[in-house]
Design a protein around this ligand. Structure first.
Ligand SMILES: Cc1cc2nc3c(=O)[nH]c(=O)nc-3n(C[C@H](O)[C@H](O)[C@H](O)COP(=O)(O)O)c2cc1C
Length: 263
């Protein structure tokens, strides 16, 4: 078994790592941008694929990876994990349909609520306590799911049904369809950029470059929010115009450890 994931702010990475550690301690997981991802899938009969929901859809980068490697999937048993800020309908189903076309067998799907990665929207901002509660609930859900799989071979089928397909389609995807049909050219970099290069070093798409002491976007943004959530100057935005709080999974966990010790 192998695990491959896309993760911008660390939520999906945490979820797939916890899931795989519970299921099989020997299984590691690889970021989708890693050179070894294709080879690892090639040599595995079972694959866990994980990604964040974007506009009730699969991030274009993940769909692109699956399609570019269409010959990889024939006969593979695939379990899908998606994370979401609030609602995804059929976040897993969207990719399951593509994978089935290429001959994969979908063994199940799990959709997990995590903190919202979109940190340049005031509307989506949550308190630290709320995000920590969401993570605790996500962890408990992963533990229950792993136990059900180990004890009864019972794989969840979240997001894979026809009603879930309708919920995802009409609940959100139709209205935002244009946003997920390609890479984004809409990343904005403000004058506060000091050209430190952190964004360029971290971008899973290699979409950022430092030119004349400033970051520039090459127009192939995966909308993962990794650069936005780690820029030391909060100089990068995508959907909004101002960063309200840089959201990162590790931050919520560290804060929770600090508060435990200070109690
Ligand atoms: C561009 C974008 C679109 C998103 N769309 C949705 C959505 O439609 N529904 C939802 O529940 N969460 C949505 N989210 C939230 C993420 O799916 C969620 O925060 C996810 O856990 C981030 O995972 P990551 O840290 O591994 O990247 C969106 C996030 C981004 C960046």
């Amino acid at each position: 078994m192998t695990g491959v994931y896309l993760s911008g702010t660390g939520n999906t990475k945490h979820c797939i790592e916890k899931f795989l550690a519970g299921l099989d301690e020997a299984t590691g997981c690889i970021p989708i941008e890693g050179k070894e991802a294709v080879e690892a899938i090639h040599y595995s009969e079972e694959v866990v694929l994980a990604y964040p929901t974007q506009f009730s859809n699969v991030p274009y980068m993940v769909k692109d990876f699956v399609k570019r490697n269409a010959e990889l999937w024939k006969g593979k048993r695939v379990f899908l994990i998606t994370t979401m800020g609030a609602f995804s309908g059929d976040g897993t189903g969207c990719l399951a349909r593509v994978l089935k076309k290429y001959g994969a067998v979908i063994v199940g799907g799990m959709q997990i609520r995590m903190p919202d990665a979109v940190c340049d929207s005031k509307m989506l901002k949550k308190s630290l306590e709320e995000n920590q509660r969401i993570i605790r609930e996500a962890d408990a859900k992963i533990e229950r799911t792993v136990a059900a799989i180990k004890e009864r071979g019972n794989y969840p089928k979240e997001g894979l049904s026809f009603p879930a397909h309708l919920a995802g389609l009409f609940g959100q995807r139709l209205w935002f369809y244009g946003k997920t049909t390609g890479y984004s050219k809409k990343l904005k970099i403000s004058d506060s950029c000091v050209g430190c290069g952190r964004c360029a070093a971290n971008c899973p798409m290699g979409n950022l470059r430092i030119e004349n002491g400033k970051a520039v976007s090459l127009g192939t943004c995966a909308m993962c929010y990794r650069c936005i959530s780690t820029c030391p100057k909060q100089a990068i935005t995508l959907l909004g115009k101002k960063v309200y709080e840089q959201c990162r999974y590790e931050k919520y966990v560290q804060e929770s450890v600090i508060s435990q010790f200070s109690e």
